[in-house]
Design a protein around this ligand. Structure first.
Ligand code: 5GP
Length: 214
């Protein structure tokens, strides 16, 4: 990979399809790694500890907070979720962009800690699509589902704080858009100081030669 690795923050209301986009991207790109978050919520069927999340007891989570182990953490839908500093460092040390699937509160904290973060908000195409995805998942109780839908309103209000917004009306297209954002951000001049200087030299030489000819 050329350029410096950066944190890639993906946020969305629950049910917008963000986690599926994240999984597909990880399978597609070898220059992106995943930051496995900690949570106090119970594992869903099929979720594996250390892969989908680090599942912690409330006491263990609190200990990690006290020890200053989190780059950010927040209470989301009545549970605590947090990104370990060590997860972010591990992925970036491997030279990869680190993808974080985190909520709007966490994204705000992370942007302040990592000024080079790239932030993407994923929007569902319609309320119907959001509800259908949440119901289809069958992982939440009626109460938890209602809470997630209520929270979607305040989460959507945060979309304008993000650098990029991707509408997930078609999964493959949404993945392609996020992938294009990564490429575009990787090539930004300020992220490529060495290459930026090279390009400036070439442009300088061209201008000098052109002036001589005119
Ligand atoms: P779920 O319970 O559906 O896996 O996740 C619920 C919400 O918590 C999602 O919006 C997800 O992005 C967010 N989340 C997951 N991990 C973290 C984290 O480490 N920090 C924060 N702030 N939010 C997280």
């Amino acid at each position: 990979m050329s350029g410096q690795p950066f944190p890639l923050v993906l946020s969305a209301p629950s049910g917008a399809g963000k986690t599926t986009i994240a999984r597909k991207l990880l399978a597609l790109r070898s220059d992106v790694g995943y930051s496995v978050s900690c949570t106090t919520r119970a594992p869903r069927q099929g979720e594996r500890d250390g892969v989908d999340y680090h599942f912690l007891t409330p006491a263990a989570f609190e200990q990690a907070v006290q020890r200053g182990e989190f780059a950010e953490w927040a209470e989301v839908h009545g549970q605590r979720y947090g990104t370990l500093k060590s997860e972010v460092e591990k992925v970036m040390a491997a030279g990869k962009h680190v993808m974080l699937d985190i909520d709007v509160q966490g994204a705000r904290q992370l942007r302040q800690r990592f000024l080079n973060s790239v932030t993407i908000f994923v929007v569902p195409p319609s309320v119907e699509a959001l509800v259908a995805r949440l119901m289809g998942r069958k992982t939440e109780s009626d109460e938890a589902l209602a809470l997630r839908l209520r929270n979607a309103v305040s989460e959507l209000a945060e979309a304008e704080q993000y650098q990029h917004v991707v509408v997930n009306d078609n999964l493959d297209h949404a993945v392609a858009l996020v992938s294009a954002i990564i490429d575009e951000e990787t090539l930004k001049r300020e992220r490529l100081p060495a290459l930026g200087r090279e390009v400036d030299k070439v442009i300088g030489r061209l201008m000098r030669d052109l002036r001589r000819k005119t």
